[in-house]
Design a protein around this ligand. Structure first.
Ligand SMILES: CC(C)(COP(=O)(O)OP(=O)(O)OC[C@H]1O[C@@H](n2cnc3c(N)ncnc32)[C@H](O)[C@@H]1OP(=O)(O)O)[C@@H](O)C(=O)NCCC(=O)NCCS
Length: 195
């Protein structure tokens, strides 16, 4: 199995994977209307724009977001692998715990991988989107740092995610793919979960 960053043109696929994962894997934990309207307010163009701004993420410093696996690919270890990579990216700045807002169906998955339940909460993607119940969860700074250390080689293979502000305007390193990235990317720490 190989992993790569998302590229321009992947927005439709990522949009479809998210919708399929929710409909196929989360339906038993939410009202039918919530599942039906889950993608309201989200568009392929929005995903493309996020890729273009390097902000389509499964991970950013301190926060893990948008981890979805297609139902026909679930249960084969893919989610666990993506989570490893995401945690490593999110913890790469070494500044603290990694948090996320888990869909209710995924709470057990994250607990299995060292996250602890913090509190219940809700998330709304846009004003006209349904309110989605989530579980706020956290991986301790120590565990996160250990994971990041163990995954350093994989992160190096995936390459830099986006130019750091300090280096903006400087030439790209040799061999760097200048196309915008998705998948694990980095931006300043934030606290808003994004299921
Ligand atoms: C949650 C999700 C990402 C897991 O991905 P996956 O590829 O099916 O998971 P894996 O096959 O890598 O499972 C890894 C381990 O976690 C366990 N696991 C997977 N889903 C689980 C769940 N919902 N609850 C408890 N344990 C779970 C597996 O049994 C496996 O255990 P093992 O290591 O003992 O074999 C996937 O089911 C999904 O996309 N769900 C719908 C969208 C979603 O909820 N995303 C999370 C948003 S916060």
């Amino acid at each position: 199995m190989t992993f790569r960053r998302a590229r321009p043109g992947d927005g439709a696929t990522l949009f479809a994977v998210t919708g399929a994962a929710v409909a196929g894997l989360a339906a038993a934990h939410y009202p039918a209307t919530t599942i039906r309207d889950w993608m309201a307010g989200r568009t392929v163009a929005e995903y493309e724009a996020l890729i273009g701004r390097h902000w389509l993420v499964v991970a950013e410093p301190g926060v893990l977001t948008r981890l979805f696996v297609r139902p026909d690919a679930a249960g084969q270890g893919l989610g666990a692998r993506l989570l490893e990579i995401g945690v490593a990216f999110a913890a790469a700045d070494g500044q603290g715990p990694v948090t996320l807002g888990a869909t209710l169906n995924a709470r057990g998955f994250y607990e299995r991988h060292g996250f602890r339940f913090v509190r219940n909460g809700t998330y709304r993607h846009a004003l006209d989107s349904p309110e989605i119940a989530i579980a706020h969860m956290a991986l301790s700074a120590e565990r996160a740092a250990r994971r990041a250390g163990a995954m350093a080689g994989v992160l190096a293979q995936l390459g830099p995610a986006c130019p750091s502000p300090a280096k903006a305007g400087s030439p790209e390193p040799r061999g760097h793919d200048p196309r915008p990235a998705a998948g694990p990317t980095r931006s300043p720490r934030r606290q808003r979960p994004t299921p």
